[in-house]
Design a binder for this molecule. Structure first.
Ligand code: ASP
Length: 345
């Protein structure tokens, strides 16, 4: 049987072209993407495509977009072997992270890709990215199941676990990195899969379960030298706020200023969940390493270990949508739900 793949085009540079009047890049109709990549016909696969309406620059992504995407995958789940999501690079790591938590019991590949240069341009990276993504989405293991039953990002010849990835380069074709987890596959002459890293279900055949009630009442608070009390208070007192990702220094450290700790403590006492990720692209939070980390632990901040900010934020959104009990959410934050943490604690 021919592999069957659904391409879901949501927007982004890969499908953009220049507006002749303004010179700005603007999305164009998906039909033109198939025209730009005649190689798709050479696969001999059954490839269908579906376009979001409207197609968007991924800077406009909101949680409702993730729900729509998850529902499309659910509705088409039985008809396809794999899914390739064409998405802008700006928020691709957020969307791939969100989907990794929203699609429980996933047994088929959901591969995000996009490009740094529009697909219509001569030097585009989009053609290569799209072709590799389709090949990976259709790959089977020896047992006949999908080789990569995960939500991933395929970019610049590398396959990364979606919820480990961040956009770290706005210029190079290698826009994405996964500093705390090696790539799941490398596409050279052959696509070399690192099967030991790829997550496979303990038991196959469980129905796909969607988590689509997302708590949008989350925020990221980046710590920096000289931040004012007014800034910290403005974030922590946002109306309806339920959880905050603190982006801290190094291994999870923050200033020991009395007013700062008092603001965090007050927020925590008001029922706001505070979690700790490091601003460093690589490495992990360890609040026991320094006194300036331990003080955060004392005011009730929870460690996200080596999670990316994107993973921490979207995981919180999914968990808050499922439970109003903060203790349940905090415990679940510590669990490795979808391969987003290196070590389960
Ligand atoms: N602004 C674009 C987007 O994220 C950038 C890209 O696709 O690379 O939609």
């Amino acid at each position: 049987m021919k592999p069957s793949i659904l391409l879901i085009y949501t927007g982004g540079t890969i499908g953009m072209k220049q507006d002749p009047e303004t010179g700005h890049l603007k999305p164009f109709d998906f039909a033109q993407i198939s025209e730009e990549v005649p190689e798709l016909a050479k696969f001999g696969y059954h490839i269908e495509s579906l376009s979001f309406s409207p197609i968007i620059d991924s800077s406009d992504v909101r949680p409702e977009f993730w729900v729509k995407l998850a529902e499309i995958i659910r509705d088409q789940y039985d008809r396809f072997d794999g899914f390739v999501v064409l998405h802008g690079t700006d928020t691709m790591a957020y969307s791939a992270s969100a989907l990794s938590f929203m699609l429980e019991n996933l047994e088929k590949p959901v591969i995000f890709t996009g490009s740094q240069l529009p697909i219509g341009m001569l030097r585009t990276d989009g053609r290569e990215n799209l072709i590799s993504a389709i090949e990976i989405a259709s790959a089977k293991a020896a047992d006949g199941h999908a080789r990569v039953p995960e939500v991933c990002i395929c970019f610049d010849s590398k396959l990364f676990r979606g919820n480990r990835t961040a956009k770290l380069n706005a210029e190079d074709f290698g826009a994405f990195s996964s500093p705390n987890l090696p790539p799941l596959a490398d596409a050279g002459i052959h696509i070399r899969f690192d099967d030991a890293l790829i997550h496979r279900p303990a038991q196959w055949g469980r129905p796909l379960k969607l988590h689509t009630s997302l708590g949008a009442d989350v925020a990221i608070l980046k710590i920096f030298p000289g931040m004012s009390r007014a800034y910290v208070r403005a974030v922590l007192s946002a109306e309806g706020l339920r959880a905050v990702v603190l982006e801290t220094y190094g291994s999870g450290n923050a200033p020991s200023l009395d007013w700062f700790l008092a603001e965090l403590k007050a927020a925590s006492q008001c029922g706001i969940i505070l979690v700790n990720v490091t601003q460093c692209p690589a490495g992990s939070v360890d609040m026991d390493a320094y006194a300036n980390g331990a003080i955060l632990k004392d005011v009730g901040v929870i460690s996200c270990h080596d999670m990316t900010s994107e993973a921490a934020l979207t995981k919180l959104a999914v968990l808050l949508g499922e439970s109003t009990d903060n203790e349940v959410v905090k415990l679940r934050m510590l669990e490795n739900l979808s391969g987003e943490i290196s070590v389960e604690r």
